[in-house]
Design a protein around this ligand. Structure first.
Ligand code: GLN
Length: 309
């Protein structure tokens, strides 16, 4: 195993002068208040070593990273029939794009774009009130990270509820094709709340550990999903986790990853570690600019890649 703490420290000090680069998401008003100079990184290895640097223990809005957790929950509830409602193809479009929905009769291309995650929220709602579904998601993430302190930031949820015109458009469009089982307001209530989960890099890296360890969290011993499902979630993260920047991320980093407009990225090095980075400035695809660079440097220095040594 490479000297991970040394590598993390080096990456942090190399990128520290560039903190603040990129554009903080401001279409969710509450996110615009975040200090653009925040930068943190945490690695949790499958052996339980934790290595961190910078603002690794400050909670931030995980936004679309939560889509990995809701997909995992939906697959647990509905199994393969999940795929009747959402596809598994990269979109090549922006995270909030509506165009493909018309061609595909309201079936979103993948679970990690907004439309797809809204469909997944609808699946998680099955048999629940919105409050219960939100509670189930929070409990699941706490269980994954083995941390009871993880919570939703209600101000972020409210802020998105008040301004989420595009997400309302997506959900209404899907509903017009008869593709939602629950009322649009309920589905979006669940969606906005899981996007508003606040987590630190350290918590996030712990929560992704099951994906690095064949579906079982090696620190708690909890079997979260069968190994095949973990591989498949990783495949989706690799192909779809960065929207229309997924190909670039695979080329540069070579690991499954999921980004969020809060500036976080969760990346998985199968058999090795789970990694979380946070830097709020985004690139033109809505992915953390410095966070992507940090992961690129990490992959370069460790040799971690799903494509070979
Ligand atoms: N909650 C955000 C939205 O719906 C999530 C987008 C993201 O993180 N890319 O717009």
């Amino acid at each position: 195993m490479p000297d991970l703490q040394k590598i993390v420290d080096e990456i942090y000090s190399k990128l520290k002068p560039r903190r603040g680069e990129g554009k903080v998401a401001d279409y969710i008003p509450q996110l615009a208040h975040v200090d653009p100079k925040k930068f943190g990184m945490a690695i949790v290895t499958v052996d339980g070593e934790v290595h961190k640097a910078g603002d690794a223990d400050i909670p931030f809005s995980i936004q679309s990273i939560s889509k990995v957790f809701t997909l995992t929950l939906a697959l647990g509830k509905h199994g393969e029939t999940t795929w009747n409602r959402v596809g598994r193809e990269p979109s090549g479009s922006a995270f909030n794009s509506i165009v493909q929905l018309e061609h595909e009769e309201g079936k979103p291309r993948n679970p990690f774009i907004n439309a797809g995650a809204i469909a997944v929220s609808d699946l998680v709602l099955a048999g629940h009130t919105p409050r219960e579904a939100i509670g189930e998601i929070v409990r699941f993430v706490r269980y994954l990270a083995d941390d009871e302190t993880i919570a939703i930031d209600p101000e972020v949820a409210k802020s998105e509820q008040a301004t989420g015109y595009r997400n309302f458009a997506l959900a209404n469009f899907m509903a017009s094709f008869g593709k939602l089982d629950h009322p649009v307001e309920h589905v979006l209530g669940v969606y906005f709340h899981h996007c508003a989960l606040a987590m630190t890099c350290t918590q996030l890296a712990h929560s992704g550990l099951f994906l690095a360890a064949a579906g079982k969290n090696p620190l708690t011993g909890h079997r979260v999903v069968p190994s095949q499902r973990a591989r498949r979630i990783n495949a989706l993260m690799l192909t779809c986790g960065h929207y229309d920047g997924s190909g670039d991320f695979a080329y540069r980093v070579g690991l499954p990853g999921k980004s969020g407009v809060g500036g976080g990225i969760l990346a998985v090095a199968p058999g090795k570690a789970s990694v979380a980075v946070w830097s709020p400035g985004l690139n033109h695809n809505g992915n953390s600019l410095i966070g992507s660079l940090a992961l690129e440097m990490l992959a370069d220095r460790t040799g971690w890649s799903v494509f070979g040594q």
